[in-house]
Design a protein around this ligand. Sequence first.
Ligand code: SAM
Length: 446
Amino acid sequence: MAKTPWAPGAPALAAAARAVEAVVFKGMSADAALAASAGCADRAPVQAITLGTLRWYLRLAPALESLLARPSGVPEAVRALLAVGAHQVEYSRNVPEITVHAAVDAARILGNARATGLTNAVLRKFVAGRPALLSRVDEDLAARTAHPPWLAQRICAAWCAAGVKVLEANNAHPPMTLRVDLSRSSRGGYVSLLAASSIDALEIQWSISAVTLTHPVAIGALPGFSEGTVSVQDAGAQIAASLLDARAGMRVLDACAAPGGKTGHLLELAGERIDLTALDADADRLGLVEQNLRRLRRTARLAVGDARDPSSFWDGRPFERILVDAPCSSTGVIRRHPDIKLLRRAADIPALAATQLAMLRSATTMLARGGRLVYATCSVLPEENEQVVAQLLAAEPGMASVAMPDTAALAPGALGRAVGVQLLPGAEAGTDGFYYACLEKTTAGS
Ligand SMILES: C[S@@+](CC[C@H](N)C(=O)[O-])C[C@H]1O[C@@H](n2cnc3c(N)ncnc32)[C@H](O)[C@@H]1O
């Protein structure tokens, strides 16, 4: 192996610091920030260090700031590097002194040679004083669970004692869960195929198609993945297609389709016998739907358009089924996307709720009489969920809420709401957070 002038691990720390800086200080998503390291040999450790640091950033940053005379005077890349180093010290099994040594070299790699002394001094103080430093930080629930105060406050206000469990579950490592295409393989048969590849997996009892792996693997290692026998999808997300209950001959709209997880599931459940339009406002993301369907050997009509404006894509013929899996705060999937805690702002929520309501109102105009509309989000905030549906029902007398399956059967620990059902991270089912409501058009009006 070629010898580098740097301490082992320093290039990975530097790459992770660049990605953390891009998310925390420039507002980039972690996926976009990590794209820069996509081709490098250290890609897996860089990704793990970056996501781990982002997961715990809001706990580590206050501890580090208490060690800096003037945090705002420290270059952003160095502040990101300090967080990366502190994350390695607190959350990895690496020897702390070796991490500090590597972080000092990482400062040089980042072009901040003048910050090597500060990096060394701050991280050494962190190593020596972290029990006291962190216990001070941990007196505050939001900081202890590394959430922005506004979000911790809203989650606790919405879910009381379960709110703390949500905050804690948001920092857990998510399971890798699969959806088996039951038209191609029985679930038990697929679990046997996994076992033959030495991949341990469990069937999730309350779901008909979900399988959770004991340890995540690369998708390329999954038998039948490239042929579409199986897809990666949280068990909570697998509820959407069965709630929609699309049957042979129906015209179906998947109004926010990309990247196509639920589009594929709808087609697997109903075969090619439904006439499915997969709509998305983002043409690039719609390309992901196309790729997904190609892998699954399924087809749908793909359309670029705005779900709030039927004239942008609709031919005027009503749909018997519409799924609105709306853009949302994604506060239910923080364990998979810890950058959400750093990117989302309180002010985003009313804007998202307005978009969600506009999408639902537009969907009602395209829905056939007696037709079903399923509203889904991966948010845990009532402002984006039941409150949006309540506003729709108040504004559209022709729409009514449909009885949903018993919550325990839907997913253990799911919470029945005044309208719809909420799944929370940390609940018995072990899923991400989702909200679902089933609505029906009762009259020819609107
Ligand atoms: C939560 S994601 C959908 C996930 C998808 N249903 C799945 O299961 O893979 C929301 C999607 O809504 C799309 N979107 C945002 N605004 C939209 C609009 N006005 N009309 C249609 N799609 C929109 C986004 O591009 C994004 O792909």
